[in-house]
Design a protein around this ligand. Structure first.
Ligand SMILES: Cc1ncc(COP(=O)(O)O)c(C=O)c1O
Length: 412
C-alpha cells in the first residue's frame, strides 16, 4: 500500500489556474495599471474566431452582458422571458431589474436543458424571449427551439456561460453571452462577452456600451487576488481539516476577495451600477486561458471518458454527445447527495460546486424574490436534489478521476 500523501481534489476554487495563469495574475497584481488596450481587441478577435459571430463586446461579467442584451431589446414592463428551471439567480436578477417577468420552464433530467413540452405550454402572448442555457456544456436543442421562436415571433437568447468551445452554440440566436467567471470553461474571476450576428442590434449595443464605466482599479486588484490566494493559501489550508473554507469565508467577509454571487443577488437584486466594461488586466488573464481553450476542453473530454469507463453501468450517467464540452461531469444519483459529499470531503475530495439542493442556485436564494414557485418545475427540483458534478478541469489528473470514481462507487 502506498504511503504517499493524497493531494486534495477540488471542483471549484479557481479550478482552471495553472502555473502560467498564476504568474500572470501575480505580475498584473503588482503592476501599475499601464496594460495596453490592444489586448481587448485581440480578445474580441479570438472570440469571433471561436464562435464565428462578428459583433463582440467585453464586460465585467456574463450577467452584465445579459442585462445589456435585454435592455437593448426594449421590452415593455411585464413582458415574459422564458428561462430554464435549473439555473443560477444571476440569470434571473437582470430580468427582474428591468421590470420583466421570468417564466420558469422545466428541464429534461438527462440534458438539464429545456423540456419542449413544458416550453410550448408556457409560451403566452406576453412571451418576448426564450433563454437557452447549454447547461454544464451540453448544447440545448437549438434548431427545434429556434423554430419555436420563429413560429411565435419570440427572440432567442443563448446563455453560453457554461459552453465555450461546444459546437454550434451562440450563433442561432438574436444575441448570446459567455462567462469567464471563476469556475467556467476559461476564467478571469469576473468577465463576460456579448456576441451577436445582428448588425443593427450591435449598433444599438455599441451606443450603450460606450457610456458604460470602466472597472475601478481596486475591484480589479480584488479579482486578481482570487487565483493568488486560492492557490497559495486557501487550497493548502483545506488540506488541514478543511480549515481553508473558514479562511475563504473570512477573506470574502473582509472583501479581500469577491464572492461569485453577492448577498444582495441572493435576494433578487441586480445592481445596474455593477454593469461595466471588461478591465484590461482581466482581459489579459482570460486571453491567456483562451489561448489554451482547445487543450483545456480536450483535457475535460479525456477526464469525462475516464468517468464513463469507470462508472459504466451505474444509473444517472448523462448520454455523451460529440458537440458537448464537459465544463463539469454531471451525475444524477438515486440517493440524495449530502451524505455522499460529506464522506468524500473526509477523503479530501471536495465536490460541492453549489449547483445542487435547490433548482435556482445558490441554495440560499430567496425564491419569493425571484418569482419561482416551488413545484412548478418538478424535474429541475429532482435533479437539484440528486446531482453530483464531477470535476474535469486541467488540474484533475487521470488518476484523480479514477480515485473519485472508485470512492463514489462505494457510496452509491
Ligand atoms: C448558467 C449561468 N448563466 C449566467 C451566469 C453569469 O455569468 P457571470 O458569473 O459571468 O456573471 C452564470 C454564472 O454565474 C451561470 O452559471
Amino acid at each position: 500500500m502506498s504511503n504517499k500523501k493524497q493531494k486534495a481534489i477540488f471542483i471549484s476554487l479557481s479550478p482552471n489556474v495553472e502555473e502560467d495563469d498564476l504568474r500572470l495574475a501575480e505580475s498584473l497584481f503588482f503592476s501599475k495599471n499601464n496594460c495596453r488596450k490592444e489586448s481587448l481587441d485581440i480578445l474580441k478577435d479570438k472570440m469571433r474566431e471561436i464562435t464565428g459571430i462578428p459583433n463582440c463586446f467585453l464586460f465585467n461579467s456574463g450577467r452584465s452582458a445579459f442585462y445589456i442584451i435585454l435592455k437593448s431589446l426594449n421590452y415593455s414592463l411585464g413582458d415574459e422571458i422564458i428561462v430554464p428551471g435549473f439555473t443560477c439567480n444571476v440569470l434571473i436578477n437582470p430580468i427582474i431589474s428591468l421590470g420583466l417577468k421570468p417564466v420558469y420552464v422545466d428541464i429534461n433530467e438527462d440534458t438539464f436543458n429545456l423540456d419542449l413540452k413544458d416550453l410550448r405550454e408556457k409560451i403566452t402572448s406576453n412571451t418576448k424571449a426564450i433563454v437557452v442555457q447549454h447547461t454544464f456544456g451540453l448544447p440545448d436543442n437549438i434548431l427545434e427551439i429556434s423554430k419555436i421562436c420563429k413560429d411565435n415571433n419570440i427572440d432567442l437568447i443563448e446563455d453560453c456561460a457554461h459552453s465555450l468551445g461546444a459546437k454550434s452554440i451562440g450563433s442561432f440566436s438574436k444575441a448570446s453571452f459567455f462567462s469567464f467567471g471563476r469556475d467556467k470553461i476559461v476564467s478571469c474571476v469576473y468577465g463576460g462577452v456579448l456576441m451577436t450576428n445582428d448588425d443593427a442590434l450591435a449598433e444599438k449595443i455599441a451606443e450603450m456600451y460606450e457610456k458604460l464605466p470602466e472597472c475601478s482599479w481596486i475591484w480589479v486588484k480584488q479579482q486578481l487576488l482570487h487565483p493568488i490566494l486560492t492557490e497559495k493559501l486557501i487550497k493548502p489550508l483545506y488540506e488541514l481539516k478543511g480549515f481553508g473554507k473558514y479562511i475563504l469565508i473570512i477573506l470574502q467577509k473582509l472583501h479581500i476577495i469577491s464572492k461569485a454571487v453577492s448577498d444582495k443577488e441572493k435576494k433578487g437584486n441586480f445592481d445596474k451600477e455593477f454593469v461595466k466594461k471588461m478591465s484590461i488586466s482581466l482581459s489579459l488573464l482570460s486571453l491567456n486561458q483562451l489561448e489554451k481553450l482547445e487543450k483545456l476542453n480536450n483535457h475535460r473530454r479525456k477526464i469525462a471518458e475516464i468517468y464513463y469507463q469507470e462508472l459504466e453501468g451505474i444509473a444517472g450517467l448523462t448520454p455523451d454527445n460529440p458537440d458537448r464540452v464537459f465544463m463539469r461531469f454531471p451525475l444524477i444519483l438515486e440517493k440524495e447527495t449530502d451524505n455522499i459529499l460529506s464522506v468524500l470531503r473526509k477523503k479530501k475530495i471536495f465536490l460541492d460546486d453549489g449547483w445542487r439542493k435547490r433548482n435556482i442556485v445558490p441554495q440560499d436564494t430567496d425564491y419569493s424574490k425571484i418569482g419561482y414557485v416551488k413545484g412548478t418545475c418538478p424535474k429541475a427540483e429532482y435533479v437539484a436534489k440528486h446531482i453530483i458534478n464531477l470535476p474535469t478541469s486541467i488540474n484533475i489528473g487521470l488518476e484523480d478521476a479514477k480515485k473519485i470514481s472508485s470512492e463514489l462507487k462505494k457510496l452509491i
